[in-house]
Design a protein around this ligand. Sequence first.
Ligand code: MG
Ligand code: ZN
Length: 226
Amino acid sequence: MLTKPIVIKADEDEVLDIELEEDFLKANERMAALNRRTFDRAGAKAIDFMGSIGSGKTSVIERLVEALKGKYKVGVIAGDTTTAIDAERVGRHGVPSLQINTGKECHLDAPLVRKAAKKLLRYGVNLVLIENVGNLICPAEFPLGAHKRAVVVSVTEGEYMIKKKQDIFRAAEVGIINKKDMAGPMGIDPQQLVNDALEANPRMKVVVTSARTGEGIPELVEALEL
Ligand code: MG
Ligand code: ZN
């Protein structure tokens, strides 16, 4: 009988094209630096929202748009593999929104964001909210040139989500524990998720929100320094 699970780890030489991959990452980082300069020159702040499909990234962004559209000229870039659902949802709030369809790519990268940002900045936007493709793994490795990165995780994703995906929490400055209104039915203590996020990244600002009710949105605005 197995008491401990067998763990199979990929050896370095089993991972294909490692050098090529490093070049990709470096090229992305260079482009991200260019994006940052473009945002700065336009006097715009940019924030990258990462998180799984269904964690509530779009709903959080919709709440932020409503909270901030009196103070900033907000624009949104939404990343998804194939649909334009997110940009349409945000567009209903009367702000310019662009959809990037990545096809098979499971993350946004800096060149894609560059294209969209240049279009969006023509509208005079000074706050760019970027919704990354729903994925808790590789977006962490692809900075987009945003001034801040936020990661959204919901209580409905279960109690181990953060412990299992610490890298993305280390790559972000702000953690958003969303769907607080579902914590009771899910039997999850949001404070435990806050603690997990802080364990992964002690410098992170962590906010508990419910995009459905609006709870925690003012605290999130503050954490994002907006
Ligand atoms: Mg979405
Ligand atoms: Zn990916």
